[in-house]
Design a protein. Structure first.
Length: 363
């Protein structure tokens, strides 16, 4: 399942679907976009958090797989549908994973999932409403390096299957780490695949219902495929450093400021230039540093810079802050470039507002 929040462009979803991959969604809007991209409802898993019940009802109406992540919601679901609509349950296995508090979702203080220690309670709710649990899910966060973390999670979910005999799907979420710098170690998916297969062969022995293992990578599928192209607007020497300003900022790529993520920066216009040390910053009225003390081939005003690993959580987290426009998205496929989202215009900013001569609508 492709976690489309990383890059929710429908053209990308269509490409992903052509590879035989399903869709992992976290909002009803992503579900609807997925269906517009051609996914069948049963190819979509909906894993919302803290949504009103109406959003879950809508997902049931659309026929997608629903993943429930709190006991009150499970009770509500049971009261409404009994066992007529099979569901997934999101378990919080309390595995501390990932390189960063804000992208780690399985730890003890996390708002996600139902604690593995509440399984008895879940069992009671399931039994009293006759709920049909056909999937167990976990997602412990981003940037997990070791296969060991997935194996521990798998072990916990396999133990839980004993209590829910109708389970056919075990979803181990994501968190596959990708390379941001040369030489970065990435999650060894081959090793993980082998270890899981060995474990699953033992698990299915003597069972009459098969169990599928699912994953839902976002970043792993699209991060390295995406590049943010910006243009150098000014070179400014201060007492501290040489700033290179670009026609972009945290409104287009917020990850460095939000998570401290590293995005390698290349001068596409002057790759053979002598390297200098620059601090590359955006044009937003807020500190928006893409990189301190970066060695980049000599920069001149007008040069095009490429920021790597911008495919995941780049455009999808972009905003109109400072009333600046979001850039287009261009898909390069087999050497052919094609615009899959156009550049915004001032009219896009005005489209949802009321200018003085317009009638306002009372809310
Ligand atoms: C964000 C998210 C993912 C994808 O995470 P990546 O780090 O991009 O692979 C998968 N599943 C759920 C439920 C998520 O919220």
């Amino acid at each position: 399942m492709y976690a489309c929040k990383a890059l929710p462009n429908v053209s990308i979803m269509r490409l992903v679907r052509a590879q035989g991959i399903g869709l992992d969604t976290v909002s009803i809007q992503e579900v609807e976009l997925g269906m517009k991209a051609g996914f069948a409802p049963d190819e979509i898993l909906f894993t919302p958090n803290m949504v009103p019940f109406a959003e879950i009802q809508r997902a049931v109406e659309l026929g997608v797989h629903v993943n429930i992540d709190s006991i009150p919601m499970l009770e509500r679901f049971g009261a409404e549908y009994g066992g007529s609509v099979p569901l997934f349950i999101r378990i919080n296995p309390h595995i501390m994973a990932g390189g960063n508090e804000r992208i780690s979702t399985g730890h003890i203080d996390s708002k996600f999932g139902i604690s593995i220690h509440q399984l008895r309670h879940v069992e009671r709710v399931v039994a009293s409403h006759g709920i049909h649990v056909h999937g167990l899910h976990m997602h412990t966060g981003s940037d997990i390096l070791e296969a060991e973390v997935f194996m521990r999670g798998a072990e916990l979910l396999l133990e839980a299957v004993v209590h829910f005999p109708k389970v056919r799907f075990i979803d181990l979420g994501s968190g596959f780490k990708v390379a941001y710098r040369d030489g970065d170690i990435v999650t060894d998916v081959e090793e993980l695949g082998q270890r899981l297969c060995t474990r699953m062969e033992r698990f299915v022995e003597g069972r009459d219902t098969p169990v599928e293992i699912w994953f839902e990578p976002g970043k792993f599928l699209v991060s390295e495929a995406g590049v943010l192209l910006t243009r150098v607007t000014q070179i400014k020497q201060t007492t501290a450093t040489i700033f290179a300003g670009v026609d972009s900022g945290l409104n287009h790529l917020v990850r460095p400021m939000m998570y401290g993520s590293y995005h390698h920066i290349l001068n596409v216009s002057n790759p053979q230039g002598a390297p200098h040390i620059y601090t590359v910053v955006g044009n937003i009225c807020e500190t928006d540093t893409f990189g301190w003390d970066r060695k980049v081939a000599e920069l001149r005003v007008g040069d095009v810079l490429a920021m790597l690993n911008a495919g995941a959580y780049g455009h999808s987290m972009a905003s109109n802050y400072n009333s600046r426009l979001r850039p287009p998205e261009v898909l390069v496929e087999n050497g052919v470039a094609c615009t899959i989202r156009r550049r915004e215009t001032l009219d896009d900013l005005l489209a949802t507002q009321f200018v003085p001569e317009d009638d306002r609508t009372d809310v």
